[in-house]
Each structure stands twice: as C-alpha cells, then as structure tokens.
Design a protein. Structure first.
Length: 178
C-alpha cells in the first residue's frame, strides 16, 4: 500500500538528497486534493501519529503561505512554514517547506495526485538542499516513517469523509433521503 524510496540511486542528480513516499488512497483525486489543500481539513490529519497542528495563517495560492505549529506527542512544538510554488488542481502541488520564511535549510516537495480508477495515488517527492540535511531528516526526525504516517492519516481522514458523505446520501426506511 505504501512505497518509499530514500534516494541513493545515481539515475537522478538529486537522488542522494531526496525522499519519495507514495500511497494509494481509496477516494477520488478531487477529494484527496481538497483534503490536502483546505485548512479546514488539514488540522484533522496533518502530521505523524500523535502530532497535532495549529494553523496561524493559511493562504492556498501560488506565493501564499501556510504558517503553522506541529505539536509533538512529547509536548515539543515545531515551527513550520510552507510557501506554495505551483498549484495545478487536482494534479500537482509544489512547495517550499522550512521552519520560517527565510530558512536556508528549507526543502522542496512536489506532490502528484494520480487517478487510478476510483482511487488516488499520491506521490510526495522531497528534495533537500544537501545530502547531509536529507540524512539528518531521515535519522533524527524519522522523515520516512513520519511521511508514511502522515499519508496514512490522510487516507484514514478521507475514508471518514467518504463514509460520512455516503451516509448522508442513503435512503431511510420510509423512502426519504437522509
């Protein structure tokens, strides 16, 4: 269900600086894209297991920002900053992610939302400025496991949305729609 690649191949010039994580989600691409791009959804699933998110500001447009804090299960707060660089609904998002607007260690991510019948394959390709920063993210911050958990949270949240939506459209015993 989840595939990861932590780089290391020589076929791509950025391979030693990148992390690639993908997951197939049982929901239409438009819904998965919406859950990833609307602030009302993000706080419900964003982050690894045990984390919560508080948004300080959010503007989903090219050049817009998402300024937020991730709260770790141990009580540690992580300042986060995302600048949206490219948005092609519902296919692709490119972003720059760091601790602040001018973070020299910020990394670039490109997310692709690929339709596969009634499902969506999301591929998250992250490229760090250096191999050392990538290795630190993997070893110290468990970036691969955290990314897999985050996409797992997204899949569970979208499944919940899909169930709730289906429940509202079912017919009640007296023939009326609920």
């Amino acid at each position: 269900m989840t595939t990861t690649s932590s780089g290391g191949g020589s076929e791509h010039p950025t391979a030693d600086r990148e992390i690639v994580i993908s997951r197939t989600i049982s929901a239409p691409r438009e819904l998965v894209f919406e859950a990833y791009t609307q602030v009302r959804h993000l706080s419900r699933w964003w982050g690894p297991e045990g984390f919560s998110t508080t948004t300080r500001s959010f503007e989903f447009r090219v050049g817009g920002i998402w300024d937020f804090v991730m709260h770790g299960p141990d009580g540690t707060d992580y300042q986060e900053w995302i600048t949206w660089r490219e948005i092609v609904p519902p296919e692709r998002i490119a972003l720059l992610h760091g601790e602040s607007r001018d973070d020299p260690n910020a990394f670039e991510s490109v997310l692709a939302f690929e339709p596969i019948g009634d499902e969506t394959r999301i591929v998250m390709r992250t490229v760090f400025p250096t191999k050392e920063l990538r290795d630190e993210a993997v070893e110290k911050y468990h970036a691969i496991e955290g990314g897999e958990q985050t996409l797992g949270n997204l899949a569970a949240y979208v499944a919940e949305l899909t169930r709730n939506d289906t429940g509202r459209n079912e017919t009640t015993p007296n023939g009326a729609e609920s």
